[in-house]
Design a protein around this ligand. Structure first.
Ligand SMILES: [Fe+2]
Length: 386
């Protein structure tokens, strides 16, 4: 017996301690689904955990001046246990700054009548300040955001492009698809662009995603919505900031569903059909009609292509958008800059197709939209006023 105890301390205990010490925050946090009254904080841990966010007003008080309210990720009345953590914070005031800290408590045993806990990992509030975010404000007269697209996991390029904009004046960053070349693992998606975004801005400034055709590819692609949650639970959704109502569309893949490249797994015709019904409802909503400026976002441009996906999009989406009075469409996918003025290509609105090496700063004020384009070296490329 003594010999067994000796062996336990000599060989097994160090491994138990090592296993426990491996528990940490792996990726994130980053902000998703920001509105006037809520936001979702997303991060991952190296092992199963139960997680929460502590929230404090941005009022100059110490984070530990008092006990701060905790927000958990819950599902049908139970706190979630896992490695992906998405904590929705609700009940926020519009146009208001908040500070937050993330926590994860390792779950070492999860049995019907016993749950064991390990260490707690948290974001640092001692050597660095707590994270701060500001909620959206639909009533403000102007807003600014920046768009990048087709990064295809080139973090250096993403970093260089983001450096060209003043993040303090941004309401959010828009990623217009093909941020990765495919999705085959969580690590690849984070290494591809999310970690770069999280470190440079996304822990405090949200990014909104438009799914590109490359994000539909790979064994991990069905997990897309888990990492980039939207109000509709679909990759297509709508939101408003300041005077602008945004409709984020998803044209899906570009070839017919039966194409050999999709290996019998594509069902984008049905997906686009469901999206048409949602689009009709959205365009008929008071929230859409009352917004002074309307911008549609779609990775694959609905023009200059004789391929099945863009043809379907042009046939079904464009007549609805034309009738509704869209002011601008922001597209990507072609890796080259194109600007199609209003009235061309059967579209009653202009289309900016952004290059993969440019960042577009979009400013909307009253009824005017200004597009300011710079390249990855910071060099001015073009300014377009609409
Ligand atoms: Fe693309």
């Amino acid at each position: 017996m003594k010999k067994l105890s000796f062996l336990f301390f000599l060989f097994i205990l160090p491994f138990v301690a090592l296993a426990q010490s491996d528990f940490k925050i792996a990726y994130g946090p980053y902000l998703q689904g920001m509105t006037e009254h809520e936001v979702t904080v997303v991060w991952t841990t190296t092992k199963d955990a139960v997680s929460w966010v502590e929230l404090a007003p941005d009022d100059g008080s110490h984070f530990y001046a008092e006990e701060r309210p905790r927000f958990y990720q819950t599902n049908f009345g139970k706190k979630e246990v896992g490695t992906l953590h998405k904590v929705k914070i609700t009940g926020l005031q519009k146009a208001t700054s908040y500070r937050y800290r993330i926590y994860s408590k390792e779950v070492t045993a999860f049995e019907p009548y016993f749950v064991g806990y390990g260490k707690v990992a948290a974001s640092n509030v001692y050597r660095q300040n707590p994270y701060v975010f500001k909620t959206l404000d639909l009533s403000k007269p102007e807003m600014t955001f920046a768009m990048v697209n087709d990064i295809h996991e080139n973090n250096e390029l993403l970093g260089n492009l983001i450096k060209n904009v003043d993040l303090k004046e941004m309401d959010f960053i828009l990623f217009n698809g093909d941020m990765v070349s495919n999705m085959f693992s969580e690590k690849q998606v984070f290494d591809g662009f999310v970690t770069q975004a999280s470190k440079s801005f996304a822990a405090e400034l949200p990014f909104f995603m438009a799914r590109g055709n490359h994000e539909t590819r790979g064994t991990f692609s069905n997990a897309y919505i888990n990492y980039f949650p939207t109000p509709t639970g679909q990759p297509y959704y709508a939101f408003r900031q300041g005077p602008v109502f945004f409709i984020v569309l998803d044209g899906g893949e570009d070839k017919p569903d039966s194409d050999i490249e999709y290996h019998g797994l594509a069902a984008f015709d049905l997906y686009r059909e469901n999206q048409i019904n949602w689009l009709k409802e959205t365009l008929e909503s008071e929230a859409f009609k009352q917004a002074p400026i309307k911008i549609a976002v779609m990775h694959v441009p609905p023009i200059r292509s004789t391929w099945h996906g863009p043809i379907q999009v042009k046939k079904h989406f464009i007549p609805l958008l034309n009738a509704a009075g869209i002011d601008l469409m922001l597209s990507a996918h072609l890796h080259r800059h194109h600007f199609i003025p209003k009235g061309e290509e059967d579209c009653n609105f202009p289309i900016l197709i952004n290059s993969n090496k440019h960042i577009v700063r979009v400013q909307a004020k009253d009824k005017q939209i200004t597009l300011h384009i710079t390249d990855d070296t910071g060099k001015f490329v073009k300014e377009i006023k609409l």
